[in-house]
Design a protein. Structure first.
Lengths: 547, 150
């Protein structure tokens, strides 16, 4: 993974000093509420219902074991012993005291981490595929480009006060696992007709109140032009994006109101002026690629026979392997999903004890690295199959081995009314209730691949509009109601879910979900997954059963 | 009033003349639209002539006139409006403007570092106290990732 050089380290140290000064001035009353708000947001600090919330950047989801131990330390020392993984691969703390945040940032800086631009109307953390570099369907590892983009975004002096937040995602695979079609800019590594690898560039995708699928603005961009092209798009947006209404300020609205053709014309004109002065040299690309070299794999890994034997001996282990591990590009290795969706655990939460233990497991079994996923789990990317059984035992002892990855209980869920000042309705409690209703593992595995996403308000932090089943909490005269959508997807065949009908009352939501699943079980063709059934039969049969 | 120019606090006599006001001072700025409509008369003015660029203005509209303008004031009507940052980049990098670029309006001393990076070299604040804070923030960072004007 990328290792900071002296300049990188100096920059984040200076950021800590700057923010410490700003916070001291604020606490002395020398900075106004609104001004400090903008400054703290750009360091990842929201004020929530109970306390400030600190969002730490997980650059494209990649963490070292040392960094995870520091997050565990922060959870113990400054928070309530746990952290939360977000849908953009960041890490949140829900209970820090404002006065201690400069110290937390200093602790983070000591392990090459920061919270820069994890919120606010600026360029946010760049995200990617959680299986980058290890999966079997990859054209090229996207992470070197993510790091090049990360550096370009950090403290970009021109783009710190954009009309609204701005998110970039990069994917290097045929199966999009980074929801790139729902980002302000989505980048796909693709090969052109002459066999050269570059980027297909999408613009104007997004979730939230107005979900929109991104449009292709440039089918092929040479790698050396990546930063100039991004700069051109963001400059056009900074100058032309709407600032009169925050709900219409994202770049998707600019694209919609001006048309993708007009947008492409503006960007092209701007890009022509700057492209030659901003080329990313081949040397820089190569030296960045060198930072993401594969670890030293055991070339005999696939000769191991214990893995198959253990699977045959233990049905539980076999089930876990099936659901919670993924194929690896290297024979004899697998990527392991650590489920943060145990029945009694708020989705995406991890305790300090679990973090320390996972850090040890990353060291022992996965070359000291791990990844956070946009579905709020953790991945150990490089596990030798001979180690899977002992890893599983350890995870199981920590309730981190629920075999539910990709199933109905692997829900994406926002903090909801329990923590968030914006929420209209609870989400963690509903997740728990649905989890309990589906706690029969045989039933869960019979339902199979299903993505349920639940947000507590229109802002859609849990991406409900692209859930196969989406649940959106709404407030009706002070009472929590839930709107259900079906058929959303953030994968290749991107789609925005269709509304099933009127919102349902809180006490009816779990029953609504189980009714929907009953219809699926009745209507599905043999191996058809839920999403395919919805796409084939439409929402009417589901509607009739629910209402 | 006192302003910051080229990292020094100095006395300044510039008057920002509104569109409906008579020009009665020596050193002035006018809006971009007034500049366009009264250019012939304004180029005869004895004293400093500056043009105010507001967020919705298009920098291209004064690109051909830059040799006639000794100062450009980029306006931040609210600190959240970041268009002045792009305007300044364009003035410095695209149109190679060498004169003074001054930030005016409602912005924070904490934005001075980024404003300096994009090419602003003079700062006017409503509150005199902000000048010293602004000066102290100018060296917040000794390193940066992006090529920019400064």
């Amino acid at each position: 993974m990328y290792q900071y050089n002296d300049n990188d380290q100096t920059l984040i140290n200076e950021r800590v000093t700057q923010f410490r000064g700003q916070t001291e001035r604020y606490l002395k009353g020398e900075i106004g509420e609104d001004e400090y708000r903008a400054l703290r947001l750009m360091n990842g600090i929201y004020i929530q219902i109970h306390a400030p919330m600190l969002r730490v950047a997980g650059p494209y989801g990649l963490l070292s074991s040392k960094q995870l131990r520091m997050l565990a330390h922060i959870a113990r020392k400054y928070d309530k012993d746990y952290a939360h993984i977000t849908t953009r691969q960041n890490i949140q703390f829900n209970w820090p005291k404002l006065e201690t945040i400069p110290d937390i940032l200093a602790d983070l800086a000591s392990v090459q981490m920061h919270a820069i631009q994890t919120s606010g109307n600026c360029l946010r953390n760049t995200t990617t595929d959680h299986l980058a570099g290890v999966c079997t369907d990859e054209l090229e590892d996207p992470r070197p480009y993510c790091e090049i983009i990360r550096q370009w975004t950090i403290l970009h002096p021109e783009f710190a006060y954009l009309p609204r937040k701005f998110k970039i995602a990069v994917s290097g695979t045929t199966q999009d696992r980074a929801a790139t079609q729902f980002h302000d800019i989505g980048l796909h590594l693709v090969k052109n007709d002459s066999g050269e690898i570059g980027f297909r560039v999408l613009v104007g995708g997004g979730l939230g109140r107005t979900p929109v699928i991104g449009k292709v603005i440039r089918p092929f961009l040479e790698k050396k032009h990546i930063l100039s092209y991004l700069e051109a798009i963001v400059r056009v947006y900074n100058l032309n994006g709407r600032r009169d209404n925050k709900y219409k300020a994202r770049i998707k609205i600019l694209v919609r109101e001006s048309s993708i053709e007009k947008m492409a014309e503006w960007v092209e004109a701007e890009w022509q002026q700057i492209k030659d002065g901003m080329e990313v040299s081949e040397d820089r690309i190569q030296s960045m690629i060198a930072q993401f070299q594969s670890p030293d794999y055991d070339s005999n890994a696939s000769n191991d026979s214990t893995f198959e034997a253990k699977k045959a001996q233990s049905a539980a282990f076999s089930l876990w392997v099936k659901h919670n591990t993924a194929a690896h590009k290297t024979a004899g290795y697998r990527a392991v999903f650590i489920s943060l969706k145990a029945p009694d655990c708020p989705p995406g939460d991890i305790t300090e004890r679990q973090m320390d233990a996972v850090a040890d497991m990353a060291d022992q079994y996965s070359f000291g690295e791990l990844r956070t996923t946009h579905r709020q789990n953790i991945v150990l990317g490089d596990v030798n199959q001979a180690d899977l059984f002992s890893l599983w035992k350890k995870l199981d002892a920590l309730t981190l081995a629920t075999p539910n990855i990709g199933t109905a209980t692997d829900m994406i869920c926002c903090p909801g009314l329990d923590f968030c000042a914006l929420a209209n309705a609870g989400s963690i409690g509903i997740a728990k209730e649905i989890n309990e209703a589906l706690d029969n593992m045989d039933y869960l595995h019979d339902i199979g691949d299903l993505k349920i996403n639940m947000s507590g308000c229109m802002n859609g932090c849990a991406h409900q509009s692209v859930g196969h089943i989406g649940i959106l909490g709404v407030d009706k005269k002070g009472v929590e109601w839930y709107q259900v959508t079906l058929g959303g997807s953030s994968e290749n065949a991107a789609a925005i879910g269709l509304r099933l009908g009127p919102a349902v009352a809180k006490h009816k939501i779990t029953e609504t979900i189980t009714t929907i699943l009953d219809v699926y079980i009745k209507e599905r063709n043999e191996d058809e997954i839920f999403l395919d059934t919805v796409n084939r039969i439409g929402i009417t049969p589901f509607k009739s059963a629910v209402y | 009033m006192k302003i910051i120019k080229d990292k020094q606090i100095i006395e300044d006599t510039l008057t920002h003349v509104a569109d409906n006001e008579e020009i009665s001072s020596k050193n002035i700025t006018v809006s971009l639209s007034r500049w366009k409509s009264e250019k012939a008369k304004l180029t005869e003015h004895q004293g400093t002539i500056g043009v105010r660029v507001s967020p919705a203005d298009n920098i291209e509209d004064i690109a051909d006139d830059l040799t006639l303008i000794s100062l450009i004031a980029v306006e931040l009507p609210a600190f959240t409006d970041g268009r002045a940052f792009s305007h300044t980049r364009l003035l410095r990098d695209r149109y190679n403007y060498q004169g003074e670029i001054r930030a005016i309006g409602s912005y924070m001393p904490d934005q001075v570092f980024y404003l300096t990076r994009v090419g602003v070299n003079a700062f006017e604040f409503d509150k005199a106290d902000d000048l010293n804070v602004a000066l102290s923030t100018m060296n917040d960072f000794s390193v940066s990732y992006q090529a920019s004007t400064n």
